[in-house]
Each structure stands twice: as structure tokens, then as C-alpha cells.
Design a protein around this ligand. Structure first.
Ligand code: NAD
Length: 497
């Protein structure tokens, strides 16, 4: 009988949970014996430990996955999909518990934790439905000659994920990889391993055979061992740009299929004809949601011409956001320090801090808080205006024309998201056709494409081909076998009639 790390359907957090490795359907200690503490960001309180594994643990996970792989691959797609549908039911049953767990380990407020679990379930639904869409295509290419494509599983594949969405980002990868017939090794963020661990338990309860989903906890050593492993041919990564770029290069040099999503610096453009109410509420939600710790968060506001009436609303609404109630904590003391450093630096360079979240505190929760912050009258050359801050901060650059705004957006090396606020369709089309960003919004500050539309940025926000979810996800986790057939008709057989 498997000993689960978390009491099922309980909101009681076991006082101290060790995040071990999930290999072959069991929690196992790491070969290294090394552990590091895990903190609750809202309370700055140690809540458990995580093992720091190495190549030996990755090898163990690989062996377990490889041993289970043949039977899984031979299972009809429909049966694999049924297990994912069961996972969906169990996630819905445990929705509050999963949300609560995220809120504890990541610092999100509960409403935003619920939103991220819901989005994870949406990815799961899409993955489970893949069998309905996964037709490979076929054509009679010549008289009696037929060509068809079969999308086959690749084998043992892997995913490496960041801290900001502990349940959702693994679900960008796992459902499609599994339904396609692969076995999976996941490396969660060492800051927030619990969400993924709870998912592994749910997959087991849903009937996933042992060894098909494995978790190896730890940091750089685990990631490098996965990328260098000679028998893991496809790897998806989500995290910061320097690591995404490095791993893409390392894996691609070994001939692997790599898709590495990186960081972001998302620009919102407000023009004078924008709807005042909609724009203000949307901008504030975009840069404060998840305490700004999402790759789709607004980070730069390009205010075109006279938009003071909208800016005033943005300022008053942002100032009313209550850390601890409307907004969660940031993940670590290092994050808080980095975010506050960007604010200090912009101020020193002459920008005005019109809403100041530095030194925010929340009664009874002595964690790592930064309140909503608006850096106004910044210039595009300030680090706060062109580097990723990853906190609840928006840097406002005032410009005279839309083309000036687009030039600033285009010059930024990232390319995840960009958005325009306007009531004019023509202006909106003009901007979205010129943004250097893979995901564009019109009056939508977090333009995350919903399934079946795939998620992925451009430029320094993504290394590799294709996108992460949607049909692209299915293509990433499979390899196409092209089959050409021609049959001679045997007319001399008596049984043909
Ligand atoms: P991170 O890059 O520090 O870590 C991501 C993963 O890589 C973790 O599992 C970590 O253990 C591992 N890692 C870290 N340094 C490594 C190294 N030197 N070598 C090998 N592995 C290493 O990112 P994070 O702080 O966890 O997450 C925040 C970042 O992720 C932000 O930049 C954010 O924009 C980005 N992000 C991007 C997307 C997207 O879809 N583009 C989505 C979510 C987060």
C-alpha cells in the first residue's frame, strides 16, 4: 500500500512534509541524502523539506519509466484518455485542497490559487480529448498508393517547471505527453514541490500505472542529468530566460527535441480613446494578479498622449489592493529584495513612485510582501522598464504617439505578451500586427490563449519550435511516422469469390 505524503481531502497541513521523489508509484528518498527547507512565503515559516537529487535519482526514475513504458504505449489511446478523465474528476473533488496547498507553498491568495488549478484542469480536459483530434491524415497520392501519418509516442520524456504555477504548468505538459503514450519524468521547482506531488498521488488514484509519471525533486543537478540523459529524447522547460536559453542549447546539441519557455517583459499600450473603466480595472488586475509573478503579467505601461484620466483610476485602484487579502506574497526574501531594488533604482534615476509597495506588511503574516507599485514617468532605458522584475510592479513610460510606444515594445528582447487598450478596431489591428509578441491582447491584460489555442511567446521568451499546449503540445510529444502503402490485388484466390 502506497504511503501518500498528504492526507487525502484534508486541509490539515501535516506539520512537516518531506518532498521525496516519486518513482515507480512510491515516495523514495534521494540517493544524495541532501535536503533543503521549504518555506511558506506568507508566513516566512519552514513547512517542510525537499530532497536535492542528482543523476542517480534521474537514472532510477528513467529505469522505472522505461520498464512501464511498453505496456502503457500498447494500451489503446481511449483507455489512456479515460485515466485522464478520472484525474479530472479527482482534481474537481480535491479542488479546494489543491488550491489551498498552492496558496501555502507559493504564497498566492486563495482566489488566484483556485484560478490556476481551474486552468490546469482545462489543460487536462484538452489532453484527455486529444484522441478525438489526433488524426494523422492520409491521402491517395498515386493510383493504388496511399500515404498516412501516425503520431507515435517518443518514449520517456521530461518536463522542468518554475515556481509560479506549481500545478498548472506541469499540466501544460503531462496530459498530452501521457495520452500520446509516453512515460514522464517531472522536475518541479525546488521552492514549491507539493502541488506536483499531490498531482502524482491523484494520477495514481485515477489508475495510472506505476512508473508512467515520476517526480525527481531537486535543482540544477537534476535538470542537467535530465538534459544530458542519453535516453530522454524530448524535454519541455518553463522558467527564466537565461536557463531556458542554456538548456535549449545543451539539449539541442545532443539532438533532442527541446521546447524552452523563458521570461517576459509584457507591454500594455493605452491610447486616449481607451474605455476608462475597463482599462483601469484590467491593467491593475494584470500587474497585481499572482503578485506579478506570472510570465503574462503586465510589466510596462506605455501611456500614449493624454490618458491622465485613466492613469488616475489605475493609481487609485492599485492603491486600494490589500496585500494578504486581494494579493499574495512573493515567493522568497530574495524575490522581495530584487523587486524592491528595481523600484529604488528607478526612483534614483528620476522616476516617480506614485503607488509604493516597498516595506508592505500584513498583520499576523510576517512573510515576504511587496504591495502594488506604480513607477511613473520612467524612461525606456531604466532597468525597471526593460528587465523582468517578476513582482507586482508596473513601470509607466509616457509617450506622444502609438508608433513611439510600438518602437519601445519592439525593441525589448522578450516577446511573450503585449496588449492595446482602445475602442477603435483599426487602432487595435494596427498595434497587434506590429507587436513583437507571441500572445497579443485587445483590452485584455493577460492574453493567455485558452485551449485549444496554444501557449507560447516569441524572441527571448521561447527557445524551440511550436508552442506548449494545444495541438502543438501533442505534436511536441509525438514523432510522425509516414507510411506509404501499395497493395497488389490477389485475384487468383478461390476464397475471394
Ligand atoms: P528558474 O529559471 O529559476 O527555474 C525554473 C526551473 O529551472 C526550476 O525547476 C529550477 O530548479 C531550474 N533551474 C534554475 N536554475 C537552473 C540552472 N542554472 N540550471 C538548470 N536548471 C535550473 O525560474 P523560476 O524562478 O522558478 O520561475 C520564474 C521564471 O519563469 C520567470 O522568468 C517567468 O517569466 C518564467 N516563466 C515563464 C513562463 C512562460 O510560459 N514563458 C511561465 C511561467 C514562468
Amino acid at each position: 500500500m502506497t504511503q501518500f505524503a498528504f492526507p487525502t481531502r484534508s486541509y490539515e497541513f501535516t506539520p512537516y512534509v518531506d518532498a521525496l521523489n516519486w518513482i515507480g508509484g512510491q515516495w523514495l528518498p534521494s540517493e544524495t541524502g541532501r535536503k533543503e527547507p521549504i518555506f511558506n512565503p506568507r508566513h516566512a515559516k519552514e513547512m517542510g523539506s525537499v530532497v536535492y537529487s542528482d543523476a542517480r535519482d534521474v537514472e532510477k526514475a528513467y529505469q522505472s519509466a522505461a520498464a512501464a513504458s511498453a505496456a502503457w504505449r500498447a494500451m489503446p489511446t481511449r483507455e489512456r484518455a479515460q485515466i485522464l478523465f478520472k484525474v479530472k474528476q479527482l482534481m474537481e473533488r480535491d479542488f479546494e485542497e489543491l488550491s489551498w496547498l498552492l496558496s501555502h507553498e507559493n504564497g498566492k491568495c486563495i482566489g488566484q490559487a483556485r484560478g490556476s488549478v481551474a486552468k490546469g484542469i482545462e489543460c487536462l480536459e484538452f489532453g484527455a480529448s486529444m484522441e478525438n483530434m489526433a488524426d494523422g491524415g492520409q491521402l491517395d497520392v498515386s493510383r493504388g498508393v496511399n500515404c498516412r501519418v501516425i503520431h507515435e509516442p517518443i518514449g520517456v520524456v521530461a518536463g522542468i517547471v518554475p515556481f509560479n504555477f506549481p500545478t498548472m504548468v506541469p499540466l501544460w505538459m503531462i496530459p498530452q505527453a501521457l495520452v500520446a503514450g509516453n512515460a514522464f519524468i517531472l522536475k518541479p521547482s525546488e521552492k514549491v514541490p507539493y502541488g506536483a506531488m499531490r498531482l502524482a498521488e491523484i494520477f495514481k488514484e485515477a489508475g495510472l500505472p506505476d512508473g508512467i509519471l515520476n517526480i525527481v525533486n531537486g535543482a540544477k543537478d537534476v535538470v542537467e542529468a535530465i538534459v544530458d540523459h542519453p535516453k530522454i529524447p524530448a524535454i519541455a522547460f518553463v522558467g527564466s530566460t537565461p536557463v531556458a536559453k542554456l538548456l535549449y542549447g545543451r539539449g539541442a546539441a545532443l539532438g533532442k527535441k527541446m521546447l524552452c519557455l523563458g521570461g517576459a517583459k509584457n507591454h500594455l499600450v493605452i491610447v486616449p480613446d481607451a474605455d476608462r473603466e475597463l482599462t483601469a480595472a484590467n491593467v491593475v488586475a494584470s500587474f497585481t494578479g499572482c503578485a506579478g509573478q506570472r510570465c503574462m503579467a503586465a510589466s510596462v505601461l506605455l501611456a500614449v498622449g493624454d490618458v491622465d484620466h485613466i492613469m488616475n483610476d489605475i493609481i487609485s485602484q492599485a492603491a486600494a489592493i490589500r496585500p494578504g487579502v486581494d494579493m499574495g506574497a512573493v515567493v522568497s526574501p530574495e524575490s522581495k529584495e530584487r523587486i524592491e531594488h528595481y523600484i529604488n533604482d528607478a526612483e534614483k534615476r528620476g522616476a516617480k513612485i506614485v503607488v509604493d509597495g516597498r516595506g508592505a506588511t500584513v498583520e499576523g503574516q510576517p512573510g515576504w510582501w511587496v504591495g502594488p507599485t506604480i513607477i511613473d514617468h520612467a524612461t525606456a532605458d531604466m532597468p525597471a522598464a526593460h528587465e523582468e522584475i517578476f513582482g507586482p510592479v508596473i513601470t509607466v513610460v509616457r509617450v506622444k504617439t502609438l508608433d513611439e510606444a510600438l518602437a519601445i515594445e519592439n525593441a525589448n528582447p522578450f516577446g511573450n505578451a503585449a496588449c492595446i487598450y482602445t475602442t477603435s478596431g483599426g487602432v487595435a489591428e494596427y498595434a497587434i500586427n506590429r507587436f513583437e509578441a507571441g500572445m497579443c491582447g485587445v483590452n485584455v491584460g493577460v492574453p493567455v490563449p485558452r485551449e485549444p489555442f496554444a501557449f507560447g511567446g516569441w524572441n527571448d521568451s521561447k527557445f524551440g519550435h511550436g508552442d506548449m499546449t494545444g495541438m502543438d503540445g501533442y505534436r511536441f510529444w509525438t514523432r510522425p511516422r509516414k507510411v506509404t502503402t501499395k497493395w497488389a490485388l490477389q485475384t487468383d484466390t478461390t476464397w475471394m469469390g
